[in-house]
Design a protein around this ligand. Sequence first.
Ligand code: 7RM
Length: 635
Amino acid sequence: MSNYHIKHLEEYFQVYRKSVRYPEVFWEEVAEEHFLWRKKWDKVLEWDFTKPEIKWFQGAKLNITENCLDKHLYVRGDKTAILFEPNNPNEEAQHITYKQLHEKVCKFANVLKSKGIQKGDRVIIYLPMIPELAVSVLACARIGAIHSVVFAGFSSTALSTRVNDCQAKMVITSDGSYRGAKTIDLKGIVDEGLEDCPTVENVLVAKRINTNIEMKSGRDYWLQPLLDEASAECNPEIMDAEDPLFILYTSGSTGRPKGMLHTTGGYMVYTAYTFKNVFQYKENDIYWCTADIGWITGHSYIVYGPLANGATTVMFEGVPSYPDYGRFWDIVEKHKITQFYTAPTAIRALAKENLDFVNKYELSSLRVLGTVGEPINEEAWHWYNDNIGDKKCPIVDTWWQTETGGILISPVPFSTPTKPTYATLPLPGIQPTLMDENGKEIKGNSVEGRLCIKFPWPSIARTIWGDHERYKNTYFSAFDNKYFTGDGALRDEVGYYRITGRVDDVIIVSGHNLGTAPIEDSINEHPAVAESAIVGFPHDVKGNALYGYVILKETGEVRDRDNLRKEINQLITDHIGPIAKLNKIQFVPGLPKTRSGKIMRRILRKIASKDTSNLGDTSTLLNPEVVELIMKEAL
Ligand code: 7RM
């Protein structure tokens, strides 16, 4: 029996039991079986959740790009590694082989070096979904630079906050990007963002939309001429297993984003292992994850996991609605996709459209369907199962987080029987548990609680960049000796998990994690605004939409409410991006607060979702009377 590849349910249970009883033996065997190490580890695992400190494969030496590229050159050098499907369906797709990708990465790595980038330096990557994005990520990893990809839909302020937080030396971007029928001036956003970013020495610019842009002399360089000059040979930097691989920012409950730090060896082993098993990838499959590489899903399951397995991974530049709502299915037919991995919000958006957009296409190449990012509702699950999978493809509802690096709870297709809306069972090595409000572990089945993980797994984030204290407080302080996910979950009668959603102040809109605090911070910058509170409410396409409660300053001045609403949303767009715009804005005389001054979002949430029959105990509030007033004018 191979530890690496689970093929049926009995085997899953066997492997799972072993992984819990002898975690170190289990992960050591997985690590030995499928990877290239320059030196093996001295110790598989050392951990202490109280510090917290987690180290996997200590003493081991490797380079992750050797595992993603060099390892495959002799066995599958001419196989397509990245299949690039452009925004415009009339532009030809690019099939980049492992040999070609290896060469591109080496050249890019040499360009980075020529611009002074060294092991440990931070490089911000702000690129659309074009091959250069994957190549630049791998080029950083090749030389041991720490990449931090910032989603190219984020605003200039979001970009500069991240650049400054990690003190990046370089930004990699493009002249612009395509998004459906629109083009976006990325370089303009970068220029604006970099106005107060003193650490950035150089900006590398890829050409994509061929517009005239300004190039700042001495700082900005076109990428292509540098690549043309660069050597195609670049020895990989030999990294310690625990050397940083990348930082990826995720929002938290305060205004400052959290730079989750992932390290090299454990991240590689875990993402490769879970990719193989969760998608049951086979040598000639064409795998497509529709996420953007700007999110963890793209890091782990477009780039590193697939490439470490020698897979063909699709990168799609466009959007599901362009040129029409059949685009996803057009691509599935065109490239004979075997595994398709997307977000519930995309499924819900497509399910609203005419079924002709689906039925026009031949989807019989599909074998496994996946979802990620938020709970999938029953209706969307069935639509996906019936119309896309033709009831023949298992749906893997994969639960995980930026912080976890890889999928933790998910069916193993063809092994674990699926159940609509359930992420089902923990993958090998993962020990979930549910906790009650008093910090006690909830045993048995048919129960509900806060989802924690009791034991480390190889791809858990090791810290928050520059703020270990916050890492400890956020994830390891709510419950003793456990990693707290921030999610609520229930465990059904057979032990299957269903994730019910966040129990903290993060709202998931269309699969994007939005912290309430940064949105409130932007609103509060409006000169007419005194205070605000954001909550989520159910939305049939986005999963959740944002509802803002805004207190205006008492200046005596009468302002047009609709204009104010527009100005508030413009501020949010400027600071965070259009994804965080509010669906509803209610002007209120006050906000319900606890005696210690904390806004009672629980109550606001209920009002926003029109569920006011039982508001719970409001008598502990500082200002209970305000609740009635808010309810009367609720939108
Ligand atoms: C991969 C990713 C993490 C949060 C997480 C959950 C929610 C993710 C599922 C899910 C229900 C799922 N990383 N979430 N997957 N909820 N079922 N299958 O999304 O850091 O951006 O978000 O997303 O609340 O804590 S993330």
